[in-house]
Design a protein. Structure first.
Length: 201
């Protein structure tokens, strides 16, 4: 495949990724010789396609190519850590978590996101997960996903009032048509009553 074909494949992979068509993105990624690619963003994009398709070995291989080209790229280190945790290789993931920690500071919510990946990989107690996601929520208040995850954790911990409060806050901040709003209302309804207004949504 020449450079022109490779560029077209990369552009199409980007479109598939934006559309959530990960299987199609991987189909094209398999046709590209990534060893010849110098663009870090394209390497990351291909690795993300593989990671979302749970082809972790392929994702790691491409991320290592990117890491060799740009060893101090925080996003590449972050994705390597995330991918290793998701593939249950917690020992290697911890190496990259330590590396990421040395590259950032405590205000970086991405570090807390990786700590939560570690908590999931080790299946830590729900109370510890609540503490981590609570920090995530404070550092990344626009993170709708984190708020919903916190509500789910409260529900698992049988802290139903806290679960309901998180669901209420999520719907209030992001609207009843937000990505997680309907899920939040269903979660709240499973443990405590909805308000009359919420019942009508």
């Amino acid at each position: 495949m020449d450079k022109s074909d490779s560029r077209l494949h990369c552009e199409q992979i980007e479109k598939f990724m934006r559309a959530g068509r990960y299987t199609d993105a991987v189909y094209l990624a398999d046709k590209v010789d990534w060893r010849k690619e110098d663009d870090i963003k394209r390497l990351i994009q291909a690795a993300e396609a593989y990671r979302r398709s749970r082809r972790y070995d392929d994702a790691v291989n491409i991320l290592k190519m990117a890491h060799n080209k740009k060893p101090n790229n925080k996003k590449v280190v972050y994705l390597l850590c995330e991918t290793y945790f998701e593939s249950k290789d917690v020992v290697t993931a911890q190496v990259y978590l330590d590396r990421y920690q040395s590259m950032t500071d405590k205000s970086d919510w991405h570090y807390d996101a990786l700590k939560y990946k570690r908590a999931l990989a080790y299946d830590l107690p729900v109370t510890e997960k609540i503490d981590i996601v609570g920090d995530l929520k404070r550092k990344e208040p626009a993170g709708e996903q984190f708020r919903f995850e916190l509500a789910k954790l409260y529900n698992r911990a049988r802290q139903y009032a806290e679960c309901g409060a998180e669901c209420d806050e999520l719907v209030l901040l992001f609207g009843d048509d937000g990505k997680y709003a309907r899920k939040a209302l269903e979660l709240k309804k499973s443990c405590i009553p909805l308000t009359a207004e919420q019942e009508s949504l």
